[in-house]
Design a protein. Structure first.
Length: 296
């Protein structure tokens, strides 16, 4: 631990960019699926047979078949950290080192980015396992629009409602879409409000969310905090129906203790933070309702 002390200085901690949780919509899908009584949930999979020709000379109906099975899903990301904060460090750093500042900085620089990193990388591994479409061909302004059209057609042909889908992507991908060959543009500057070239939606995809490059890799190392794994590749986009997956935070604990609370913390302030979460595919939906492009 290294602390910088000073007699007089500005104590305000400068805010940081990019601390918004980009994957929040994924945690709000499939409202009826709750994780209770352990870390594994069982999803029922009910299969029923179809119609058969009706016999008008018979007083009975055709007998149908049905079967039921279960699909187990397990939370796998259980994380914690604590900081012991010496009261003298709080005073001698003019309260820069304080529980409030440490909590705010931890959430913005560690907790929120890690949750995105875990969620998007887990989506990639789950999509791969569930045989969803994973693309690696190089994208250019010449082919990006045809690639998007192919994705939309594939999902529509599979019955996926595009209006429910979200396109997570990098800024580079959005730039390709802006400059795609074949896109017709209409710019009205007569009202003097400037030129708006932002892409808010495209065709039936109503929500496009830009993800920072650091949070959009295929593999991370979570040994200490989060770091891109040596095998991690850049994801360009994830087009997904949120209902094709379940992301949940089962347990979230944040607490602080004052000096003298117990013998372990002695005269220190103690800050503790734990989060237990998971992301997993609903395999039959994921195979049709998710398309990912990652660089080779």
């Amino acid at each position: 631990m290294e602390l910088k002390y000073a007699d007089i200085f500005w104590p305000k901690i400068l805010d940081l960019y990019g601390h918004e949780l980009k994957s929040i919509d994924l945690f709000n899908s499939n409202k009826g699926i709750n994780i209770i009584n352990g870390k594994t949930i069982r999803l029922p999979k009910l299969t029923v047979g179809g119609y058969k020709d009706h016999d008008r000379n018979s007083i009975t109906f055709n007998t149908g078949a049905y079967s039921n099975d279960y699909e187990d899903k397990t939370l796998d990301h259980d994380r914690d950290i604590e900081f012991g904060i010496d009261p003298m460090d709080v005073e001698e750093t003019n309260k820069v080192v304080s529980i409030a500042n440490i909590h705010a900085r931890f959430e913005k620089t560690q907790a929120i980015p890690e949750l995105d990193c875990y969620t998007f990388s887990k989506l990639y591994s789950e999509a791969t396992r569930a045989n969803a479409t994973i693309k690696t061909d190089a994208l250019t302004a010449a082919n990006v629009l045809s690639d998007f059209d192919a994705n939309a057609s594939s999902m529509e042909n599979a019955g996926v409602p595009l209006s429910r889908c979200i396109l997570y992507c990098t800024t580079d991908y959005k730039t390709l879409l802006k400059n795609a060959e074949g896109v017709q543009r209409y710019i009205d500057i007569s009202k003097g409000n400037g030129i708006d070239r932002r892409i808010h939606s495209i065709d039936d995809i109503g929500k496009i969310i830009t993800v920072p490059l650091e949070r959009f890799k295929t593999v991370y190392n979570f040994t200490a905090g989060y770091a891109v794994d040596a095998t991690g590749k850049q994801i360009d986009y994830i087009l997904i129906d949120p209902e094709a997956q379940v992301s949940r935070v089962k347990y979230s604990y944040i607490n602080t203790f004052t000096p003298g609370h117990d013998s372990r913390c002695a005269d220190k302030y103690l800050y503790q933070n734990r989060r237990y979460n998971g992301t997993f595919a609903l395999d039959e939906l994921m195979s049709k309702g998710c398309i990912i492009h990652a660089q080779e």
